[in-house]
Design a protein around this ligand. Structure first.
Ligand code: G3I
Length: 321
């Protein structure tokens, strides 16, 4: 048994991970990521983002993303497709001078082409992510917000729904676990889309959290339930629980284990929480130390592929479920 097979036995759809083509040559890594008992859902860490798929205007490059999809399918795994509208953008989108009309048209064309290309392959699409700020629940600055205003979100969801009616459509964000105002902004967004009869199926809690500052299982479950009460499903879509100082002491590793168990346990507690996805599974490839100097060791495997106390804690939790 592994994380995914136990998660499925506990009544959930999957336990998954992000991975990408730059990990393909790592043999030890592949032995773990290819095992569908361990991971039943795959997300491309970067290859399905606009910056990767359309680095230059007019030219689509699906090759990397297709390799991730093909490998997952060959291993009997499902795919969460990530992500259509996000700030990791190609220079031509970042630098062009747009009008409301030209940016809407460009966005609609991009979404249609990409979602149609992967039609039938995606359990879900993260349609829009990270649209709200942390401090006061207002919209974050982005090209899309600047030229289109809040309407960029319903426009994106409508375009995605038209291109693949079978993929679940998600909004995802970070810090929904810890910032009630930000969660409230996303609740309003879900209600607004529903009131306009625009398809939204799920909300992703990214789960980029901090050891010792991760909410309890009860509190996390209550946050998830605020969304499932609206009729949408939820999932943890990008989990890593980082240490703020390294190396981590045994005490810190045990706290990390408790925090991971709280997170996974909260998903078990909420019927419409469908699964948990790690943002990579080994510290070797985590984005955290690259972006936050001196922080990290946020995942379930060490850089040399030893399982950590947090892995044992999640396995024990799932075995008992
Ligand atoms: O591909 C280029 C490469 O050509 C170049 O040589 C190299 C030099 O810097 O950069 C490479 O691009 C990097 C890219 O990852 C692919 O490796 C970018 O610099 C780097 O910024 C980018 O980071 C990614 C980040 O999203 C970008 O926003 C991380 O790997 C990825 O883990 C992270 O993932 C996000 C989720 O999509 C959304 N939620 C938060 C999460 C963590 O930030």
């Amino acid at each position: 048994d592994g994380l995914n097979s136990l998660m499925v036995k506990a009544g959930k759809l999957y336990f998954g991970t992000a991975t990408d083509v730059n990990n393909f040559a790592d043999v030890e890594y592949q032995a773990i990521v290819s095992n569908k008992n361990m991971f039943g859902m795959i997300t491309a860490e970067n290859s399905m983002k606009w910056a990767a798929i359309q680095a230059n205007e007019g030219k689509y490059s699906f090759a990397d993303a297709e390799q991730v999809v093909a490998k997952a399918k060959a291993n009997g795994q499902q795919i969460r497709c990530h992500t259509l509208i996000y700030t990791q953008l190609p220079p031509f989108v970042e630098e062009a001078s747009w009008t409301n009309e030209t940016l809407i048209a460009t966005m609609q064309t991009y979404i249609k082409n990409v979602v149609q290309h992967f039609k039938g392959e995606c359990y879900a699409w993260d349609v829009v992510i990270e649209a709200f700020g942390d401090s006061d629940a207002s919209y974050r600055d982005s090209i899309f917000y600047r030229y289109i205003g809040p309407a960029f979100i319903p426009i994106a969801f409508s375009a995605a729904a038209a291109a693949d009616p079978d993929a679940k459509l998600y909004y995802s964000d970070f810090n929904l676990e810890v910032l009630p105002n930000k969660a409230a902004a996303v609740i309003d967004l879900v209600k607004d889309l529903q009131a306009r009869r625009i398809k939204i199926d799920g909300v992703g809690f990214q789960g980029h959290l901090v050891v010792g500052a991760t909410p309890s299982r009860i509190s996390l479950a209550a946050s998830l339930k605020q969304f499932t009460d609206l009729g949408v499903e939820v999932a943890f879509t990008g989990v890593d629980i980082r240490h703020n100082s390294l190396p981590a002491s045994d005490t810190a590793l045990n706290q990390q284990a408790k925090d991971y168990a709280a997170l996974a346990g909260s998903c078990l507690d909420v019927p419409k929480c469908v699964g948990v996805t790690l943002w990579q599974f080994t510290d070797k490839y985590s984005w955290v130390p690259n972006s936050m100097k001196g922080k990290g060791d946020a995942l379930l495997w060490t850089s040399d592929y030893k399982t950590k106390p947090a892995y044992d804690a999640v396995m024990a939790l799932l075995r008992a479920a």
